[in-house]
Design a protein around this ligand. Sequence first.
Ligand SMILES: Cc1cc2nc3c(=O)[nH]c(=O)nc-3n(C[C@H](O)[C@H](O)[C@H](O)COP(=O)(O)OP(=O)(O)OC[C@H]3O[C@@H](n4cnc5c(N)ncnc54)[C@H](O)[C@@H]3O)c2cc1C
Length: 168
Amino acid sequence: MILADLHERAAETGQRFPLTLGARGSCTIGGLVSTNAGGTQVLKFGTMRSLVLGLEAVLPDGSIYDGLAALKKDNRGYNLDQLLTGAEGTLGVVTAASLRLVPAVVARAVAWAGLSDPQRALELLQFMQARTDRIEGFEIVPQDCLDLVLGHVPAPATRSPARTRGTS
Ligand SMILES: Cc1cc2nc3c(=O)[nH]c(=O)nc-3n(C[C@H](O)[C@H](O)[C@H](O)COP(=O)(O)OP(=O)(O)OC[C@H]3O[C@@H](n4cnc5c(N)ncnc54)[C@H](O)[C@@H]3O)c2cc1C
């Protein structure tokens, strides 16, 4: 299954799969499991490893490993699901997965903050994380990257965050 299709199917039931990334329109759940992908919400929800509840896979000898049961408390010996996650297909071919869903987003706020250096950005993140567990993403965009985007992608598609709306 393609990640974007999973997002749509989850939304139909008022839920969401809390991992997304630029490749969402083409990457598969098997590929995400096998690369232990992270994405833009990793701060809150972790990598694919923390969203996999169970896996089914075809092993190199042709046998089928059935670990799809999504038991929260499963303390039976080795955890093959976690071994298969991030194994890039070396241990088997992932053919199905039980995944963790969370409630759909009701409201979201995005903020840009201008800061003098990465240390200040880290301090800002720690400040916010000490006050709420709702931070999903936090990214540093260096000024020269921002300048390149503003220089090559014309307005109104882009706008400097340093300018307030309505001013030139
Ligand atoms: C534009 C773009 C943005 C991205 N952004 C992020 C990001 O923000 N964060 C992040 O963590 N990653 C990011 N990625 C990387 C992303 O995690 C992987 O490209 C993607 O998850 C791989 O999925 P895929 O289906 O394309 O797998 P493929 O590229 O086809 O395969 C990846 C690996 O997994 C193995 N594999 C694939 N399917 C299976 C299966 N069913 N069973 C066993 N092994 C399998 C393949 O053999 C290969 O080793 C990005 C990639 C792109 C192209």
